[in-house]
Design a binder for this molecule. Structure first.
Ligand SMILES: NC(=O)c1ccc[n+]([C@@H]2O[C@H](COP(=O)([O-])OP(=O)(O)OC[C@H]3O[C@@H](n4cnc5c(N)ncnc54)[C@H](OP(=O)(O)O)[C@@H]3O)[C@@H](O)[C@H]2O)c1
Length: 272
């Protein structure tokens, strides 16, 4: 397998390592920052500086590949359009001169479902992005799905990512013993790095096409998540102040992973 990872950050690096070291695949990894090249050269066969606005560099990166993983991540909230939508459009343009590529994978987000008041959603649910950035992610999926021609497209809608060096305690530890607005009844869905690499590998090995949610088995309310986490680490659970309006809840849905499981993929870490 020859695979190019466009946007080799937290997820891309773990995938590159696994594919090259464990499976012997030939990996091309890209970054926008020349200073990251030595790091990527250590885990990939080919490391390239590619900003997706540079169509020539992007086309060179995907040349002669069998598969491409688009795993770009926005450096800040105001960069979604350039990072996701423009990258998708440019990649579709680049693939037009890369006929060897037969599968395109994308690590998207379950943010496209929006605030469903905690209801269950699956891949057949209507998309109701709750803000402009989630709309951009929705448009990004469309661009990839509709533009890739003969190439199989596998869109994965990830939960919040956790794993080594991105521990849930690093993300939420600040809340121990504090008072938070609302009642914490909004749901969130999470996925461990190991399962992101696992599911991407499975999708490549089984040539999956279509949309798949990639989340753990148990959506947890924010309250249940923090209580579980803080009990585990002997920290004070937060208090909830129901008299103060809760913050917007753009991810408040329980996301089903049944479709991915039905393909035969078995989660390594189904529970937080
Ligand atoms: N974080 C979460 O909880 C979460 C939840 C759901 C979905 N996701 C999605 O999962 C994916 C992977 O996340 P991650 O944590 O691995 O992201 P990350 O560590 O931030 O890595 C993102 C990569 O994208 C590259 N990049 C950014 N803008 C680019 C552009 N315009 N052109 C080319 N490359 C560009 C970055 O380049 P540099 O190497 O120069 O930095 C970096 O290599 C992302 O698509 C993210 O949206 C994340």
């Amino acid at each position: 397998m020859r695979i190019a990872i466009i946007g080799c950050g937290y997820v891309g690096t773990a995938a590159a390592r696994y594919w090259r070291e464990k499976l012997g695949w030939t990996v091309t990894a890209t970054t926008t920052r020349p200073e990251r090249l030595p790091e990527l050269e250590a885990i990939a066969d080919r490391a390239l500086v590619v900003h997706s606005s540079d169509l020539q560099a992007l086309t060179a990166a995907v040349q002669d590949q069998q598969a491409v993983l688009l795993s770009v991540g926005a450096p800040h909230f105001s960069a979604y359009e350039q990072t996701y939508l423009q990258s998708a459009k440019q990649l579709i343009a680049a693939l037009k001169s890369a006929p060897t590529v037969r599968q395109l994978l994308y690590t998207g987000s379950y943010a496209v479902y929006g605030d469903r008041d905690g209801a269950w959603v699956d891949e057949s649910s209507a998309l109701k992005p709750a803000n402009r950035n989630a709309e951009i992610l929705t448009e990004t999926e469309q661009v990839l799905r509709l533009g890739a021609g003969e190439c199989d497209v596998c869109l994965l809608r990830l939960g919040g990512i956790y794993g080594p060096e991105r521990d849930l305690l690093d993300i939420f530890g600040w809340a121990a013993g504090t008072t938070l607005p609302g009642d914490g009844s909004d749901y969130s869905n999470w996925i461990h790095l190991e399962d992101i690499v696992g599911a991407l590998t499975f999708a490549l090995e089984h040539r999956l096409a279509g949309v798949f949610n990639l989340v753990g088995d148990d959506p947890l309310t924010r309250r249940a998540l923090l209580e579980h986490l803080f009990h585990l680490h002997n920290l004070d659970v937060p208090n909830w102040d129901g008299t103060v309006a809760a913050l917007p809840r753009p991810y408040n849905a329980r996301v089903s992973n049944a479709k991915l499981k039905a393909t035969g993929y078995s989660l390594c870490r189904p529970h937080i």
